[in-house]
Design a protein. Structure first.
Length: 725
């Protein structure tokens, strides 16, 4: 019911607030409805409502507002092609002849940072304690704020690097987003007019006389457009590029000095700096930020509980961005959120699910998801702000991360260590064998609990400890996403000290493993489900139980990947395992059904000595069924549980088993079927043999198959199979 409320509010808000002015907003509202499965009727009504502007006129043409907005977007993109790009060589050329300018800034930076470095040096020499370290972290934050936007950005970037800085510094630097100094309003308003080439009062009917927020690169005003809609206007700080260029030029010299003199550092600071500078330059282009917001909306806006502000392109340019105003409370203001009657844990869960999709599905993710950029809207949605810094996870890394979790669950530390190549943590030339004992030492301890019970911070801290000791290089995207999940977990821990981010992430992982048809995930699923030549039904049961908790989990999507895993997997490796398992399962279902139906074993009498001898040989030749009755019953129960779970999962439709029939009819699968049948016959004969040998006294030949007990048992088996299944 709450989903219904959120949906209808979302639609009302969109219709009322921006009259569905741009195509994006309308597209997303329609998608919201399409994806909302709770009430078909509501969806139809809602879709009709949001489509109304175009439906009424009977055409699918965009409205005049949309046409204007699209034109303005095209123009803004064309103008932004002149946006400056970072070039280390270019900066060298620009500043190498400007000695006094460079020297005075270098003096300022080295005096502030030098004093800090000296204090740290003395701390180390004098062996000062942890409280002192926290104080130093606070001093570093103040020093960076004092040095201006470049250093604030450097500090924000460092706050995501557990491989470079200890925990207290990360915490303190993550506070850098708040309370930065403002710049004069007249300058801001002049910038708007110059960028948009229109007088301020032509662009906005009202604008707040002073900013409502000041951030590292710009400050934000609240305003109204002439059609009455409320907007946020972000204006860039004056001359920010010039200041940053000089700072980046100087910091790069410092990074090169460290790289050349500190051989023990695993990471190249110069490379890190270049990567960082490229991102900051992108962040300075607000047209790019607007495009990022729209891409984010396109990829993840189908979730009814996620909100992304629409961009007003007619009042957006390289240094000014105007977007839909988000009425909401920052996730960091927990008391205010609770006072509104909203559930912080639910909001955090929305954030986690969205982060997982960003990281592991599309790969396009918000690289700066600090609590100030996440707002709780009054109707319970999570709004994302600030799309200046986005990052992309390469596809190979997305799968490598899922595989890494599977290896963690399996406690396969050798595979975990090898994952670091695929994750791009290590060069292929590095020998990972020495890492295995370190991983085992750490995870054997923490894995006492089940993985979903683990605190995320424990894992990242533990990995951090391993990272310090080995030549690791954590790619920026990985550190950023780790941080976003840690931030969310940190927020939840205030409310619930037992909150476990991995517990919330596991359903997503389970869903991906069970439903994603990509070969990389088939391999991961195979690793998870088969061990020591056996299929682990409890794992499949667990994956199904967890996957069902995730929104959008659809039973029908599970069947395809499972069937292809079973019947189309690696011919040589997996096929014999699947065949053996198929025999076991059929035996469990048929014979197990019979056992539960009649616990009494039939009396086998009158077996002549030569036949008895032959049967004995069969048993000792290894053809006999080694599965005990107890195991058989347990297996049967587990298989039936999995079947019930599957059939009771949302969206299960027996007709989707049709592909199974098609697969079974294929030539290659018929071969498989023959093997299973042969195996089954052997097992059933062998089981009969065992029963015969167990039984006494002897009976006349021919009475076994025609005995009433046997007939009853066979009928029992069949009826049990069909009724239970
Ligand atoms: N659309 C919006 N609706 C309401 N408030 C907004 C909106 N956009 C920005 N703000 C407010 O302005 C603040 C700063 O905005 P934003 O994070 O986009 O700026 P920034 O310069 O990119 O900051 P950062 O230092 O995080 O890079 C936000 O924390 C929020 O309080």
């Amino acid at each position: 019911m709450s989903e219904l409320r959120v949906l209808s509010k979302a639609i009302t808000r969109r219709s009322k607030n921006d009259s569905l002015r741009n195509l994006n907003a309308r597209r997303s509202a329609i998608r919201v409805c399409r994806n909302f499965r709770g009430s078909h009727r509501l969806c139809v009504v809602a879709a009709a409502t949001v489509q109304a502007p175009t439906m009424v006129s009977g055409t699918s043409q965009p409205s005049p507002d949309e046409i204007r907005n699209n034109r303005a977007r095209t123009k803004a993109i064309a103008n932004s092609t002149t946006a400056p790009k970072y070039s280390a060589v270019g900066l060298n050329q620009k500043y190498s002849g400007r000695f006094f300018l460079v020297a005075s800034r270098a003096l300022k930076i080295s005096s502030v940072l030098g004093a800090f470095a000296l204090a740290i040096f003395l701390d180390i020499k004098l062996g000062r304690d942890d409280a002192q370290l926290r104080a130093r972290a606070g001093q570093l934050r103040d020093a960076l704020t004092d040095l201006g936007p470049t250093f604030v950005k450097v500090g924000q970037a460092l706050s995501t690097r557990p491989d470079l800085l200890p925990g207290v510094f990360l915490e303190e630097l993550s506070l850098l987003q708040d309370a930065l100094p403002t710049f004069p309003d007249e300058v801001a308003f002049k910038t708007i007019e110059a960028e948009l080439d229109r007088p301020l009062n032509e662009v906005y009917s009202v604008i707040t006389p002073s900013p409502i927020a000041a951030a590292s690169l710009g400050q934000v005003y609240k305003a109204k457009l002439h059609d009455g809609s409320e907007v946020a206007v972000k204006v860039q700080r004056p001359a920010i590029l010039e200041g940053m260029e000089l700072d980046l030029f100087l910091v790069r010299i410092g990074a090169q000095l460290v790289d050349n003199n500190l051989a023990s550092l695993n990471t190249s600071l110069t490379d890190l700096l270049d990567n960082f500078a490229e991102r900051v330059y992108q962040e300075l282009n607000y047209v790019q930020e607007g495009l990022n917001a729209e891409r984010f909306q396109d990829l993840y806006g189908d979730r009814v509980d996620i909100m992304v502000p629409s961009i007003m392109w007619e009042s957006t340019a390289m240094r000014v961005i105007t977007m839909e105003w988000v009425d909401g409370i920052k996730l960091s203001e927990q008391q205010a959120i609770t006072d509104q009657g909203l559930d912080i844990l639910q909001l955090v869960d929305i954030g986690i699910q969205c982060s997982l999709r960003q990281l592991l599905e599309a790969g396009f993710f918000h690289a700066d998801p600090h609590p100030g950029n996440l707002l709780a809207t009054p109707d319970g949605r999570l709004a994302y702000l600030d799309f200046g810094m986005m990052s992309e996870t390469p596809e190979s890394a997305r799968y490598a991360i899922i595989n890494h979790v599977v290896h963690l669950v399996n406690r396969d530390y050798e595979a975990m260590a090898r994952d670091y190549y695929a994750l791009d943590f290590l060069e292929e030339s590095v020998d990972v064998r020495p890492i295995v004992p370190a991983l085992a030492a750490f995870f054997d301890d923490v894995l006492e609990a089940s993985v979903s019970d683990l605190n995320f911070k424990t894992i990242t801290d533990g990995l951090g400890a391993v990272l310090y000791e080995y030549p690791f290089n954590v790619p920026a995207y990985y550190a950023l996403i780790l941080r976003s999940l840690t931030v969310l977990e940190g927020l939840a821990l205030y409310t619930d000290p037992n909150f476990k981010v991995l517990g919330k992430a596991y359903p997503y992982m389970a869903k991906r493993l069970l439903t994603d048809p990509k070969p990389q995930l088939r391999d991961a699923l195979e690793e998870l489900l088969f061990k020591d030549g056996k299929f682990r039904w409890n794992r499949l049961e667990n994956l199904l139980r967890e996957g069902r908790k995730n929104d959008g989990f659809d039973a029908n999507k599970v069947i395809g990947p499972l069937v292809s895993l079973a019947l189309e997997g690696d011919e040589n490796k997996l096929r014999p395992l699947v065949e053996a398992e198929a025999v076991r399962v059929v035996e469990a279902l048929v014979v197990g059904g019979a056992i539960t139906n009649s616990q009494e074993m039939p009396a086998m009498e009158g077996i002549p000595e030569p036949v008895r001898q032959f049967l004995l040989e069969q048993r000792t030749s290894g053809a006999s069924s080694r599965i005990s009755d107890r195991d058989l019953l347990a297996l049967r129960a587990q298989v039936l549980t999995v079947w019930r779970l599957l059939t009771s999962t949302r969206g299960f439709d027996p007709s989707t088993l049709q592909p199974l029939v098609e697969v079974v009819q294929r030539q290659s699968t018929q071969e498989f079927g023959r093997h299973v049948t042969q195996g089954l016959i052997t097992r059933v004969v062998a089981r009969g043999v065992q029963e015969v040998l167990r039984s006494s006294p002897p009976q006349l030949p021919g009475t076994f198959l025609s005995s009433p007990t046997h007939q009853a048992r066979t009928q029992g088996a069949a009826s049990m199979w069909f009724s239970s299944a």
